[in-house]
Design a protein around this ligand. Structure first.
Ligand code: GLU
Length: 295
């Protein structure tokens, strides 16, 4: 068994991250497997080296210990490029020149914008462009993302399933879930401002790191349907998935990477005992006012 924790260095970690990392580590250790750490730093505008150092410090303080070297996505751009090229050769990607405003305008104009689990999906304007129009706009240097034609991709991949293991980990048998990627629409695989998207880099890296069991938040449940299709198209193995509830604060709102007494660094500064905190998190005892987000 290989599990992993994969934070984006856009801020310091809060106790929800610490809880998730501990669960992933414990799951691997209980099975005599390995636990890996990956820093998801392809978003150059939002990732900061000081947050990487802060995340490492927060995890070490809490007693989270990973096996092997830390994997940095910013060092794997060549792999993402190669996968994009393969998908492009398969005719499954198209350049998208739309700005956020273009997409918003289209949503506003259409009475019934199709909605996926993540909200309104891309309305598909650039899917309709001709090859010559695409070539002309690329040659003119127009900024563009690359989207996957999901209907075509799903048809090519054929029917797929993935395994959802129960939360808490180890609690009973898994469920076999039919992949339903169409609901997500034509998601972006390479962003205008980054050489890959989360969907592509995460899927490729889990495979490259030999991850067999992905433990992550419920907020990424919908993403798993998309990842399953990418795995099938690129001939990658499919890990099993545990999606855990997220933590909410006193206001009922999901914890975010912002400063506050729930940050691991803040708790440390307040003199919290990390061994006790780790024990509490493992037992599902959260600081006053923090609870599992209701589904
Ligand atoms: N980097 C993602 C985040 O910080 C998590 C990715 C994953 O676990 O698949 O939300």
């Amino acid at each position: 068994m290989v599990t992993r924790f994969a934070p984006s260095p856009t801020g310091r970690l809060h106790i929800g991250h610490g809880w998730s990392a501990l669960m992933a580590m414990d799951m691997a250790r209980a099975a005599g497997g390995a636990f890996r750490l990956r820093i998801e730093d392809i978003d150059a505008a939002r990732s900061r080296p000081e947050h990487v150092a802060g995340i490492v410090e927060d995890l070490q303080w809490l007693g989270v210990a990973w096996d092997g070297e830390i994997v940095f996505q910013s060092e794997r751009l060549g792999q993402y490029d190669a996968a994009l090229e393969r998908l492009r050769q398969m005719g499954l990607l198209y350049p998208c020149f739309c700005t956020r405003a273009d997409i918003q305008a289209q949503w506003t104009a259409s009475a019934s914008a199709p909605h996926g689990p993540e909200g309104a999906v891309y309305p598909g304007m650039c899917r309709a462009l001709t090859e010559s129009e695409r070539a002309r706009r690329i040659a003119a240097g127009e900024p563009h993302a690359w989207r996957i034609d999901m209907a075509m991709a799903a048809a090519k991949a054929g029917p797929l399933r993935w395994t959802a293991l129960p939360f808490p980990p180890g609690d009973g048998p898994g469920r076999d879930i039919p992949a339903e990627p169409l609901a997500a629409g034509d998601v972006v695989l390479a962003r205008k401002d980054a050489p890959a998207s989360y969907h592509l880099s995460c899927t490729l890296d889990d495979a490259a790191m030999g991850v067999t069991h992905v433990l992550r938040g419920d907020d990424l449940f919908a993403a798993t349907h998309v990842h399953r299709v990418i795995q099938a198209l690129l001939g990658l193995p499919a890990p099993a998935y545990v999606h855990h509830p997220l933590l909410a604060g006193t206001d009922g709102k999901r914890l975010a990477k912002r400063s506050g007494s729930i940050g691991l660094a803040d708790l440390r500064a307040e003199g919290a005992d990390p061994a006790q905190l780790a024990g509490d998190l493992r037992a599902g005892r959260f600081p006053v006012g923090i609870s599992l987000e209701r589904a």
